[in-house]
Design a protein around this ligand. Structure first.
Ligand SMILES: Nc1nc2c(ncn2[C@@H]2O[C@H](COP(=O)(O)OP(=O)(O)OP(=O)(O)O)[C@@H](O)[C@H]2O)c(=O)[nH]1
Ligand SMILES: [Mg+2]
Length: 656
């Protein structure tokens, strides 16, 4: 199924954090001959994770992309960070992949950590395989992990191989269930074909029958053969596997040890044989059929090189000098980790980096007439924020330019100016993501940044009514200032906001000045005496006085504000705090802990339920004061194997 004319193919490696994706990436590149020595993440010698941030944390903080040749086929493998806080990076890579390899630990109790990615793949019908990694670990069980994963996958999983173990239970190799061949594994050695161990015969037969039955569920001809006890030909089995994967009807399961280089070649051969072509993928995505077309799936700023747009070419040939969506293409380069090789042009399926495409944003579909649109996942809503400041006010301009670049390269991070608290907020998916972003910001700008927990915008209101007179009068040289008002001030129900009225009779306050009275009242309420806005108040102008020469809008505004300031202490003011309605999602086994997080933060539980479309997950809904929300997502993740998420929206104000 390796038809070169169909173009270069793309596989994305995704999965929970630390499951071994970058180690697998390294081994794939080594196996394909794209790199000559095999580095290790933990020693800081891997091709991937080369950025200072990734090295310092021995984890992926960004996509690792490598284009290479494998047995005469062009491939790009995109290794994605596993942290849920960086899931948008992975989502963008999965959007342009022909096939996704989900890499996981051989631990059944961690299977739920695959849910966020499985949901994304299942919802979008993206063909995917599973690679159960770290099979060199002592307690690694394919069977138990497989069953736990099946419970959360909406597609049937299909075991393509079974482990061979020695008398002590140690993994020594595997049997391929399609070819019915057995292989011996040794660390860092090419697997060696062996004769089928005798004690494996029954096991192998049972596992193969299960595999064939799963395939037959999707194919009537195969079902007939099985019912009539006809053994299907190997060719027929392969055909079924290819078709079912490409249509995302099954999820083939492989296993191995990326660290030891076992099972890697098997996985690569399956990718080569089974992965759909870019033409098929473009059709699955419903991409418009145009001349030259490419899609940006990642944007970065690389020091002096400036902006780099990583694109997948969907059709035609993209070359230096082309104009796509109004930008002139330059420096078409092929990535091998951080190393870029200028190649001038690239054909269908290829992943390349384009230099300085000023207008291009991640997700953009680039064509010569610049009119096509394509579906693209929205970044997840922010769950965590920090207030940033610079030492010198003058540095803020440099900071905001860097912030714009930051949220362009990671759209799941945003920077906003909070008009109420006056703070500059950096908002994102969690503390880890923002700490990485801060380090990058500091490196980008050379500024030392101060970070604080954002202030909560409190409000005030009143609990008693009063009537207040006030006069503003000034006699200084020429024109004087004069205005006299009497205001009736009353509390209103929570959420009512502000209402202004007037009951002026006999022109005590001429019509033209009434809007100025309202303006003066509003100005006072906007900040109150201590900076907190005053809400849920009604103010009625009931009487007043004016002077034919000295009255003015300004004078009435001042009189109104003075009346409000004098009245406030008599109205028994109280503080109000914002309360958020929060939906916390996590695997069901953690629901009691999640509920305790909410109640521990002065929260009121509204209930919990199964999370729609997420087998094995619950949603807990609670009302939680905004002042208690600060690091809630960090605590949520710490009790939920790192995968809990939340959405939160303002609900109401309550008495503090
Ligand atoms: N025992 C064992 N350890 C492994 C294997 N593969 C990776 N590791 C170790 O697991 C740790 C994480 O490996 P990475 O390759 O960085 O994992 P990752 O999935 O890329 O991690 P993130 O990108 O941060 O999500 C490292 O210490 C690896 O040495 C394996 O097959 N067996
Ligand atoms: Mg990694």
């Amino acid at each position: 199924m390796t038809d070169q004319s169909q173009g270069a193919r793309v596989a994305a490696l995704v999965g929970p954090y630390s499951s071994g994706k970058t180690t697998l990436f390294e081994n794939i590149l080594f196996t394909a001959g794209a790199i000559s020595r095999r580095g290790a993440v933990k020693d800081g010698t891997s091709l991937g994770d080369g950025s200072p941030e990734a090295r310092a944390r021995t984890m992926s903080t960004d996509l690792n992309i490598a284009a290479f040749d494998y047995l005469g086929d062009d491939w790009t493998v995109i290794d994605c960070p596993g942290s849920v806080e960086l899931i948008h990076d992975a989502q963008c890579a999965m959007m342009v992949a022909d096939v996704v390899v989900l890499v996981c630990d051989p631990k059944p109790d961690r299977a739920v950590t695959l849910s966020p990615i499985l949901r994304f793949l299942d919802d979008r019908n993206i063909p995917h395989m599973l690679f159960i990694n770290k099979m060199d670990q002592e307690d690694a069980s394919v069977r138990a992990t497989f069953e736990a994963l099946q419970a959360i996958s909406s597609r049937p999983l299909l075991l393509r191989e079974i482990p061979i173990r020695d008398a002590g239970g140690q993994l020594t190799g595997m049997v391929d269930l399609v070819s019915e061949r057995a292989f011996r594994w040794e660390p860092h050695k090419t697997s060696e074909m062996i004769s089928m161990p005798r004690d494996m015969a029954t096991l192998e037969e049972d596992a193969r029958t299960t595999m064939l039955e799963s395939l037959a569920d999707l194919d009537d001809d195969l079902m007939m053969e099985l019912l009539e006890d006809v053994t299907p030909s190997t060719g027929e089995v392969y055909e079924n596997l290819v078709r079912d994967l490409r249509q995302d009807l099954i999820v083939p399961v492989f296993f191995g040890s990326a660290e030891n280089g076992n099972g890697v070649t098997r996985l690569m051969k399956a990718l080569r044989h089974d992965a759909p072509s870019p033409t098929e993928t473009a059709a699955r995505l419903g991409l418009p059929k145009t001349g030259k077309a490419a899609q940006v799936f990642s944007t970065g700023y690389a020091g002096k090189a400036g902006k780099q747009s990583h694109v997948r070419v969907w059709s035609g040939e993209i070359a230096d000098g082309d104009v796509l969506n109004g930008d002139r293409v330059a420096n078409v380069a092929k990535p091998l980790g951080p190393k870029m090789t200028l190649i001038g042009k690239a054909g269908p399926g290829a992943v390349v980096s384009l230099g300085r495409m000023a207008e291009a944003r991640t997700g953009d579909f680039l064509t010569q007439d610049g009119s096509a649109r394509a579906d693209w996942p929205k970044p997840p809503a922010p769950m965590f924020a920090l207030a940033l400041s610079t030492e010198h006010h003058a540095d803020e301009v440099r900071l905001s330019a860097a912030l714009a670049r930051l949220s362009e390269s990671d759209p799941s991070i945003g920077a906003t100016h909070d008009s109420e608290t006056g703070e500059l907020l950096l908002e994102g998916q969690g503390a880890l993501q923002l700490q990485i972003a801060l380090k990058e910001l500091e490196a980008d700008t050379g500024l030392a940044l101060t970070q604080e927990t954002p202030r909560v915008p409190f409000r005030s209101t009143i609990t008693k009514s009063t009537t207040q007179k006030a006069r503003h009068k000034k006699q200084s040289g020429g024109h004087g200032e004069f205005a006299d008002v009497e205001l009736e001030i009353k509390p209103m129900p929570r959420g009512a906001g502000f209402a202004f009225g007037e009951r002026i009779v006999g022109g005590a306050v001429p019509r033209q000045y009434i809007p100025a009275v309202e303006k003066g009242v509003r100005a006072f309420l906007a900040t109150g005496p201590d900076g907190d806005p005053i809400v849920d108040v009604s103010v009625t102008l009931v009487d007043g006085g004016h002077h034919n020469v000295d009255s003015s809008d300004m004078a009435f505004q001042k009189a109104a504000a003075k009346a409000m300031a004098e009245a406030l202490p008599k109205c028994a003011p109280i503080k109000l705090e914002p309360v958020q309605k929060v939906t916390l999602s996590a695997p069901s086994e953690f629901t009691p802990k999640v509920q305790r997080i909410a109640t521990g933060r002065r929260g009121q539980l509204l209930g919990f339920d199964a999370k729609p479309g997420w087998p094995g997950w619950d949603e807990v809904i609670a009302l939680i004061p905004a002042a208690e929300m600060g690091d809630i997502v960090t605590e949520l993740r710490s009790v939920s194997l790192g995968v809990g998420t939340l959405v939160s929206e303002f609900d109401h104000l309550q008495k503090l």
